[in-house]
Design a protein around this ligand. Structure first.
Ligand code: URA
Length: 205
């Protein structure tokens, strides 16, 4: 299986704040940030480290630093996860992938892409809502065409349809999520889900 669902009390706590329809944008953004911290810890479990000499007050010992991690935020909802990633790995490069889904067909349509060279990088794709899987599959294609081979997707909520689609299109992409929900409704929203992540983050309801 290419999906890891985080089982941590803080993840559940923040996810419940996000699910609550009465949470305002300010609290929603804060909970998205808190939840993303818990995803980043799991998602970076396998990133490479380089070593260097670090001088403690007592002697020189081996230090470690995370090496060549790139975050790619899928616009616009992925922006709600970016600050947490930057807090935890401040010197990473950031790419952006702008995709919107056609309201009738739910197919992804690109409107912006700006990615650094990804050939040596461990890539974290920030795509909070894995619904049909169309946007994430498109983003994975995009980062692979910039040279990436080590790819992890960070999601807040996944639906069975999206996970299945990713397994078919990109079985090598590992997905780390806070919850795996029941289904999509007829408007392609995840149920129970949390509504439209972008609208709730940015107050455009
Ligand atoms: N995108 C969202 O923001 N929410 C969903 O439920 C599905 C896709």
């Amino acid at each position: 299986m290419n999906l890891t669902v985080i089982d941590h009390p803080l993840t559940r706590h923040y996810l419940s704040v996000l699910r609550n329809k009465n949470t305002n944008s300010e609290a929603f953004r804060s909970a998205a940030r808190g939840l993303t911290y818990t995803l980043v810890v799991e998602a970076t479990k396998r990133v490479p480290l380089e070593t260097y000499d670090v001088e403690s007050p007592l002697e020189v010992t081996t230090g470690y630093r995370v090496h060549d991690v790139v975050a790619v935020a899928v616009l616009r909802a992925g922006l709600g996860m970016l600050d947490a990633v930057l807090d935890m790995i401040p010197d990473i490069k950031v790419g952006f992938a702008g995709v919107q889904r056609d309201e009738d067909t739910a197919q992804p349509q690109e409107y912006y892409a700006k990615l650094p060279d990804l050939s040596e990088a461990s890539v974290l794709i920030l795509e909070p809502m894995l619904a049909t899987g169309g946007s994430l599959s498109w983003a994975a294609d995009k980062v692979k065409s910039s040279g990436a081979s080590n790819i992890t997707a960070l999601c807040v909520v996944t639906a069975p349809e999206g996970v299945r689609r990713m397994y078919e299109d990109h079985p090598d992409v590992h997905i780390v999520a806070a919850a795996h929900d029941r289904e999509l409704n007829d408007k392609y929203y995840i149920v129970p889900g949390l509504g439209d992540m972008g609208d709730r983050l940015f107050g455009t309801l």
